[in-house]
Design a protein around this ligand. Structure first.
Ligand code: NZQ
Ligand code: ZN
Length: 389
């Protein structure tokens, strides 16, 4: 194992009824003014808004609404939230929703307590949180990103077409309430996309060095098998509580920090996808579904042993003499799975207009240092072209 330091300060409350049971008590230690950060209105349609605001008021707090956080939250929306926090003397942010509401709330938590340019100093560049940011809690209504249990936040600057994520352990929410019943109203398309997002997080940690015996790899294989099994179950019955609660907890585990211990991921599938999102506003998990098979076909010759392990331990393929063929069969099993659950497979389905736009997006991607192999700008372009149609 490589050396590591691990701490995650988020307290998780998981299961039916956790909001009614715990939210009011959890808010007690904080100040009076609570900013309720949420999306385009699903929480009003499902009744979650009424339940949550009743608990906030029961705690003796005043609710200030901050609605309209869009999927792929923007820098402009964060700026709006920062202004509201200052104007209303907000003491606590409660994000109610998924990755978009939570990430926007995290950026507001930093931006509202920082005197300089939060975008430049904490998102464009890695900063240091050496000041007290605004405290943050979460009521999760859609699982997948793991934002409820990590310090990550992904924000899009629509003026410069840059979508970028940063991780600050200090931004892990103070608490997160996860009632799987709250996720049962998520439309099927989003359920599929977010479940694939979780698979991608697990694979990002799995397809990287070191290859020496590492318990993180054993955990990742177990979670990947569980995710695939539960994915197949909810595709038969979207209201399958066991499957939906399992994928919710797997998604939290995937990015809580434990799965990547001792590993050196570069999250390049995410680096590629984020720029497609910056240009097309596509659904994050769908973008990942499109680019992952061609990305892995490109990576395979540099990591044959790792892909053989994936084929055998994740997809249950029988070991055979020809390692390269077995490794390739594992990637094709993943591609077949993506097709079988109805996720998109082409750039055109994501909304990329033409080859000129595809090239422009490819050239805007900043890849990581590379673990098995550095993905060059020419590689990115070739991967994108391989999934054009
Ligand atoms: O906006 P509303 O009306 O609430 O509707 C949302 C939205 O349209 C809807 N929804 C959520 N809960 C629902 C529901 N509809 C019915 N019933 C419910 N219970 O679902 C849609 C998607 O919500 P969103 O929060 O955008 O989805 P997700 O959780 O997938 O978040 C995506 C964002 O997170 C970032 C992505 O890049 C993207 O910007 N990520 C954040 C990460 C992190 N913080 O660690 C890591 C991820 O890799 C990812 O990059
Ligand atoms: Zn993701």
């Amino acid at each position: 194992m490589n050396n590591f330091v691990f701490q995650n300060h988020t307290r998780i409350y998981f299961g039916k009824g956790v909001v009614e049971e715990y939210l009011a008590k959890l808010l007690q230690p904080y100040g009076k003014n609570v900013l309720l950060a949420y999306g385009g209105g699903s929480i009003k349609r499902t009744g979650v808004y009424d339940t949550v605001t009743a608990q906030v008021r029961a705690a003796g707090k005043t609710v200030f609404d901050f609605p309209g956080i869009m999927a792929n939250p923007t820098k402009a929306k964060v700026d709006e939230g920062v202004r509201l926090v200052k104007e209303k003397n907000i003491d606590f942010i409660l994000a109610v929703g998924g990755g978009s509401a939570i990430d926007c709330a995290k950026a507001i938590a930093i931006g509202s307590r920082y005197a300089g340019d939060w975008w430049n100093d904490f998102w464009l560049n890695q900063g240091r949180v050496d000041f007290e940011q605004l405290p943050l809690g979460v009521v999760l209504t859609i699982s997948g990103t793991g934002s409820e249990f990590d310090g990550g936040g992904v924000i899009t600057n629509t003026e410069t077409n840059i979508k970028t994520g940063r991780i600050y352990p200090e931004l892990s929410p103070n608490f997160s309430l996860l009632d799987p019943d709250y996720t049962l109203t998520v439309p099927e398309r989003q359920v599929r996309a977010t479940a694939f997002d979780t698979m991608s997080h697990l694979m990002e940690f799995y397809f990287c060095k070191p290859d020496t015996d590492n318990v993180s790899d054993d955990l990742l294989e177990a979670l990947l098998r569980a995710q695939i099994r539960n994915f197949r179950s909810f595709m038969k019955d979207l209201k399958d509580y066991d499957a939906r609660s399992n994928i919710e907890w797997i998604s939290s585990l995937a990015l809580c920090g434990i799965m990547g211990l001792g590993k050196q991921p570069d999250f390049d599938c995410h680096n590629l996808e984020h720029q497609i999102g910056a240009f097309t506003d596509c659904v994050h998990g769908e973008g990942l579904a499109v680019i992952t098979p061609p990305y892995y076909r490109w990576l395979l010759p540099h990591a044959v042993g790792r892909f053989v392990r994936f084929a055998v331990n994740v997809w249950g393929l029988a070991p055979q003499g020809d390692d390269k063929a077995l490794a390739a069969a594992g990637v094709e099993a993943l591609a077949d799975f993506i097709r079988s659950v109805g996720l998109p497979t082409t750039m055109q389905q994501l909304g990329v207009k033409d080859m000129a736009e595809l090239t422009k997006i490819a050239r805007s991607v900043q890849t990581g240092p590379g673990t098995y192999c550095k993905c060059t700008p020419a590689d990115v372009e070739a991967i994108f072209k391989a999934c054009w149609e």
